[in-house]
Design a protein around this ligand. Structure first.
Ligand code: COA
Length: 168
């Protein structure tokens, strides 16, 4: 049984994330999309919303489940009997970060493996923070966010910015 884990903040889930998850699911028996709950990033979306977004976008992909996780990735990896972590690679700068992540995790757990999947070229510059920025100012996020969650993401970010303006 090959169990892969696809971890991230997914704040929010994007078309880039959906593409990596779909392709990774074809390479294993079970893919767990792991939504990180660590507070270090102060996410714009709650853990529940981030789990819901990933679940909604991947509901038709066989062998995929979505879970929240906190603490160290290696612990989640061991608890789930994983064979590899999957991450998307958009650019050279991603590679540097991912190589450090892989090395640190391997020091913590020598059986740890990481697979890097190159991103689709049209999604190379998509990121959650770009989606947040564009949606906050009412821009069109159609090409960045899966259809299933597009209106939810746009509405949530619009309401967040309105709330901030009302408190200013
Ligand atoms: N498509 C679109 N965007 C992508 C992407 C893709 N395929 N791949 C990465 N990104 C973007 C994300 O949208 C995010 O963008 P943002 O910074 O603009 O919001 C950015 O790349 C990185 O986010 P993410 O992939 O969510 O990584 P992360 O840095 O938030 O988290 C973990 C990476 C979860 C793997 C890592 O932090 C972790 O393992 N944390 C647990 C604690 C731990 O064990 N630490 C390691 C100790 S060695």
């Amino acid at each position: 049984m090959r169990t892969f884990i696809y971890p991230g903040s997914f704040d929010p889930f994007t078309k880039g994330h959906a593409d990596i998850a779909r392709r990774a699911a074809l390479l294993c028996d079970r893919l767990i999309v792991a939504v990180m709950t660590n507070k270090s990033k102060s996410p714009a979306f709650s853990t529940e919303d981030r789990v819901w977004m990933a679940t909604e976008c991947l509901k038709n992909v066989p062998g995929v489940s979505v879970s929240a996780f906190g603490g160290l990735l290696v612990n989640f990896y061991k608890e789930n009997g994983a064979t590899a972590v999957v991450r998307g690679l958009r650019s050279e700068s991603d590679f540097r970060f991912e190589a450090e992540l892989a090395a640190a995790n391997k020091l913590l757990y020598p059986s740890f493996e990481m697979l890097l999947l190159p991103c689709r070229s049209d999604l190379t510059f998509t990121s959650s923070s770009i989606v947040r920025e564009v949606a906050t100012y009412g821009g069109d996020i159609t090409n960045m966010v899966p259809d299933e969650i597009r209106s939810f993401v746009a509405e949530h970010l619009r309401r967040t910015v309105e709330g901030e303006e009302n408190h200013a």
